[in-house]
Write a protein that binds this ligand. Structure first.
Ligand SMILES: *Cc1c(COP(=O)(O)O)cnc(C)c1O
Length: 229
């Protein structure tokens, strides 16, 4: 099956309120173009150098989402280019994003990344940190950021009940915030969860943005744009 058919098959199965982020990291330009020709406009990248190169090579109506861990010193490169950052994983990063969004004269949509997997926390806020963040009215400190929702990655495991538990937990936190601190705030509406191997479970649990790479493009290729994270 080619890229266009795989893309369409996935899209047909998604409920109307769930958007597909085609994760194009480590995929080659002609393959990304094929997805673009099939109608896909929303793409996800996780490395700064790679995003900059691809931004140059692809049509300007592509909506780029940054989904990987972002180093504070690279914020300035991506703020002008991306429509949304899924991976706001520290206060330090939020502060830097605010600074550069203000400088670019724009408001940037960001999702708070929450650590939900069993594996040792690499990146992301804990549930308690997210609750503290809103209880302390921290979103008001970021006038140039639109806190648009939450993002999480489940444990890499075949144990579906574990994955379900993690997605439901994040979904419950999302609902709590949406009906609490963010009630009446129409911007807080995205729940980014689900990848190639677990997105049906994520959709079931209430995901609004699934991030799918290999199931569309096949295995990732070599990092020919340099590795920077
Ligand atoms: C790579 C990546 C994905 C996509 O993974 P696949 O298994 O290829 O679908 C989704 N989310 C994040 C944050 C990623 O880094």
């Amino acid at each position: 099956m080619n890229i266009a058919s795989r893309l369409n098959r996935i899209k047909e199965d998604l409920p109307a309120n769930v958007r597909l982020v085609a994760v194009s990291k480590f995929q080659e330009i002609p393959d990304i173009r094929e997805a673009y020709r099939a109608g896909q406009r929303l793409f996800g990248e996780s490395r700064v150098q790679e995003l900059l190169a691809k931004y140059e090579h692809l049509p300007k109506d592509v909506e780029w989402h940054f989904i990987g861990h972002l180093q504070v010193n690279k914020v300035k490169y991506i703020v002008p280019l991306v429509a949304m950052l899924h991976s706001a994983d520290s206060i330090k990063l939020l502060n830097e994003l605010e600074h550069h969004a203000a400088k670019s004269g724009r408001r940037l949509k960001v999702l708070l990344q929450v650590h939900i997997a069993q594996e040792e926390a690499k990146f992301g806020f804990s549930f308690e940190e997210v609750e503290d963040f809103v209880n302390n009215k921290m979103p008001e400190c970021y006038p140039h950021l639109i806190i648009a929702g939450l993002m999480g990655m489940a444990t890499l495991t075949d144990d579906e009940s574990q994955v379900c538990k993690e997605f439901s937990g994040l979904s419950a936190l999302f609902t709590r915030l949406k009906e609490g601190y963010f009630s009446g705030n129409e911007d807080f509406k995205e729940l980014s969860m689900g990848m190639s191997d677990d997105y049906p479970l994520a959709v079931e649990a209430g995901s609004t943005l699934v991030r799918i790479g290999t199931k569309i493009f096949g295995d990732r290729k070599q990092p020919f744009y340099g590795s920077d994270t």
